[in-house]
Design a protein around this ligand. Structure first.
Ligand SMILES: [Zn+2]
Length: 468
């Protein structure tokens, strides 16, 4: 099987071919750490985490690098508002970000690189851009990249004009720029602002330059995949190409550009002003399982827009609940089941192995998670209300392993086996039912339910399920 991905640069779905044997270098734009992460971040980072898992599952040795923007206008403004220093603010919110990512099971990142830990790499890039005639100084302002020196500007996005909704930073604005779309790579700091020494004037880095400085530090001037949300294509990613290819003269900076689609809330753009803004933290605090958020994001293709509503999230949480109870079937033993008379072999284990293959094929086809989830659902629906013999339990375990490895849904770890004493209670309940001793059977049921599971009677005897 070959992994195929849609490449924003070529506008085609292409086979993923590493630059170097079986090694893949992936860079994804990380957060600006001035506040808690929201559901849009959850979407991007769950989908990129899943892509990283999928790449590794295809036997590539993946280095997944994410930058943390820890110096920026928003951080400076927020730290002044809160009356704390900017280092404390960014450290707090970096910690909160990692907490959120861990709860969503986004655990694939090899290295988080904080911009301010790479100031030497950043100033080196600025110096090389000045030396190469690509950047110029505006007195008392900063150093700007001169777009007219890079004729290929616009090759990723197909445009060169800034529009109203483009993600931009204030520091790119200046009346004295040579070209109206020139952008700032180094800002001379004002008195109360953070500042780093540099031969071309003390200041702080622009936004786009930190990404290329960090990716060059770890990967060199060219690497395999760059990912991020679709709203970063222009001007941010366009600027990255412009900077790095101007410095190195090597083309392309990145072979594959992958972008995740928008998240809307109740069909509207999420915005604090629209009162439809949700942080990851507050959704979890409403009682939602973080892995249900993960399931929700995987239900749509990473390139398409997702519309979030709490009804949709409820549905995803139910799906997760059902999947966990299917996962529990691998623990159902003969002891707790009365009937041994169903046929011991049928085609279910074969179809479970085929399910893993079919789901992986869907995932390798531009990471079609909704198709993979439907394939898994079909297989699971054939297993519900049934019990499995050893062969089927083994086949189910293999499928669950694949789901957990690639989709990160933790079906195995969140569905431990029940204790022997609970198993004995299930047997006792069943025996009391057979002799129609309803008092004992009711007692046993309440004992069982105290342990967080419930028993359902099927044609093949009792099956226990987790109460979630
Ligand atoms: Zn970035």
């Amino acid at each position: 099987m070959t992994l195929r991905l849609y490449n924003t640069l070529t506008k085609k779905i292409e086979d993923l071919v590493p630059r170097d044997k079986d090694k893949i270098n992936l860079f994804v734009c990380g957060p600006t750490v001035y506040d808690l992460s929201h559901l849009g971040h959850a979407k991007t980072y769950i989908q990129m985490d899943t892509m990283a898992r999928l790449i590794r599952h295809n036997d590539y040795e993946l280095f997944y690098l994410q930058n943390i923007t820890d110096i920026d206008d928003k951080i400076i403004v927020r730290s002044h508002q809160k009356n704390i220093n900017w280092q404390e603010l960014r450290t707090n919110f970096q910690d909160e970000y990692i907490k959120d990512m861990t709860s969503l099971n986004n655990t694939s990142v090899t290295e988080y690189a904080r911009a301010t830990d790479y100031i030497d790499d950043i100033t080196s890039q600025v110096r090389r851009l000045i030396d190469g005639g690509h950047a110029y100084t505006i007195e008392n302002d900063g150093i700007y990249f001169e777009i007219s020196t890079f004729p290929e500007y616009g090759k990723l996005s197909g445009r060169s004009e800034i529009k109203k909704d483009d993600a931009q930073t204030r520091i790119d604005e200046s009346d004295n720029k040579r070209g109206w779309n020139d952008f700032c790579i180094w800002k001379f700091s004002k008195p109360s602002e953070p500042v780093w020494d540099a031969p071309f004037g003390a200041g702080r880095p622009g936004w786009h330059i930190e990404d290329t400085a960090i990716s060059e530090h770890f990967f060199g001037p060219q690497y395999d995949i760059h990912g991020g949300a679709v709203d970063l294509i222009f001007p941010h990613h366009e600027a990255e190409i412009t900077q790095m290819e101007s410095i190195s003269g090597l083309v392309p900076m990145v072979g594959y550009w992958v972008h995740t689609g928008f998240l809307t809330i109740d069909s509207e753009k999420m915005a604090k002003s629209a009162n439809n803004f949700y942080t990851i933290r507050e959704v979890i605090e409403k009682g939602y399982n973080p892995l249900a958020i993960r399931m929700f994001m995987l239900q749509s293709h990473y390139r398409s827009a997702i519309n979030f509503s709490f009804e949709n999230l409820d549905a995803a949480q139910n799906r997760l609940h059902n999947w966990r109870n299917i996962a529990a079937l691998r623990h159902q033993t003969h002891d707790t089941l009365r009937n041994d008379d169903d046929k011991s072999t049928d085609d279910r284990s074969v179809s479970l192995y085929a399910t893993s293959q079919a789901a992986l094929e869907a995932l390798n086809d531009d990471m079609n998670t909704p198709a993979a989830l439907t394939i898994i659902d079909d297989a699971f629906s054939r297993l519900s209300n049934t019990r499995l013999d050893d062969i089927h339990q083994h086949a189910l375990t293999e499928l669950l392993l694949m789901i957990d490895t690639v989709l990160g849904l933790e079906l195995m770890t969140t569905t431990p086996d029940i204790s022997d004493s609970v198993k004995r209670s299930i047997i006792e309940r069943q025996q009391s039912r057979e002799r129609q001793d309803w008092n004992v059977s009711d007692n046993m049921r309440s004992v069982i339910e105290k342990s967080g599971i419930t028993v359902r009677d099927t044609a093949h005897g009792p099956v226990w399920e987790y109460v979630i």
